[in-house]
Design a protein around this ligand. Sequence first.
Ligand code: COA
Length: 148
Amino acid sequence: MKLDYIIHELNLNKYLNPVMEIETRNFPDPWPVSAFIEVWMWGYLLWGVFQSDNLIGYLIAAKRNNRYHIANVVIDIPFRRLGAGRGILRKLIQHAKEEKVKRIFLEVRKSNHAAIMLYKSEGFVQSGEKSDYYEDSESALIFSCDLG
Ligand SMILES: CC(C)(COP(=O)(O)OP(=O)(O)OC[C@H]1O[C@@H](n2cnc3c(N)ncnc32)[C@H](O)[C@@H]1OP(=O)(O)O)[C@@H](O)C(=O)NCCC(=O)NCCS
């Protein structure tokens, strides 16, 4: 099945409720509303994945010291494994290259096989590990992608 979607900036004035629904449905440790408001105020990159006006996923990243840190990325459950996760990650890689950003990195749960497979298949390599990183004490693996 082919998933038709578009990616554009995520306006939290309009989409905060759907964001919170997706966040709580998809993460064992969802961000609170305040975290989304903060990253919005701090000027993070916020992109949504949409089917017409319906939000089905998003990516949030911070640009600092010539690097992008992916702080949050998700595709809602019914729309997974249809290419949208790869699509939004590739869009960030392309955007970062155009901005001459040198590296993209992120933390991922050690048990998050799906996300790890996605990152590896897009050229990310494991560059570190943070033990006890999550509230339930699971470790995070750091994955990064050098853009040259
Ligand atoms: C990780 C996530 C964003 C991937 O989104 P997606 O739209 O389902 O991913 P895609 O369909 O683009 O898949 C791209 C590749 O990722 C890997 N992948 C995705 N889901 C997978 C799964 N369940 N098992 C194994 N590999 C998987 C595969 O390599 C896949 O390529 P393929 O379909 O050609 O084999 C999605 O699973 C998700 O939102 N998970 C919950 C939130 C989360 O874990 N976010 C990441 C935090 S670091």
